[in-house]
Design a protein. Structure first.
Length: 90
């Protein structure tokens, strides 16, 4: 195995544990690439500073850019999460 993709549920729900896992996979197992698929709701600037050195990619899933659609499917996001993540990334 050379690559690991972590997806399903929300991987960043336990940020400290995830950071430890990322570090272990890169440093101890020597995998060349790790990706995490997240909805972005639990990603913080602090977590990014601590974890991005071990990440290859961090795709963010987005169900809809329409606030009404998000409410209908139970996401309830007014778009603020997308703006927050954009600021963290830059």
């Amino acid at each position: 195995m050379r690559k690991l993709n972590i997806a399903g549920g929300e991987p960043v729900l336990y940020p400290r544990l995830l950071t430890e896992l990322l570090q272990f996979v890169k440093e101890e197992l020597g995998l060349e690439s790790i990706s995490i698929v997240s909805n972005g709701s639990k990603i913080t600037e602090k977590w990014m500073r601590e974890s991005c050195q071990w990440l290859g990619t961090l795709p963010i899933s987005c169900d809809s850019f329409d606030p009404e659609t998000n409410k209908k499917i139970g996401r309830g996001d007014d778009g603020g999460n997308v703006i927050r993540l954009f600021r963290i990334g830059h």
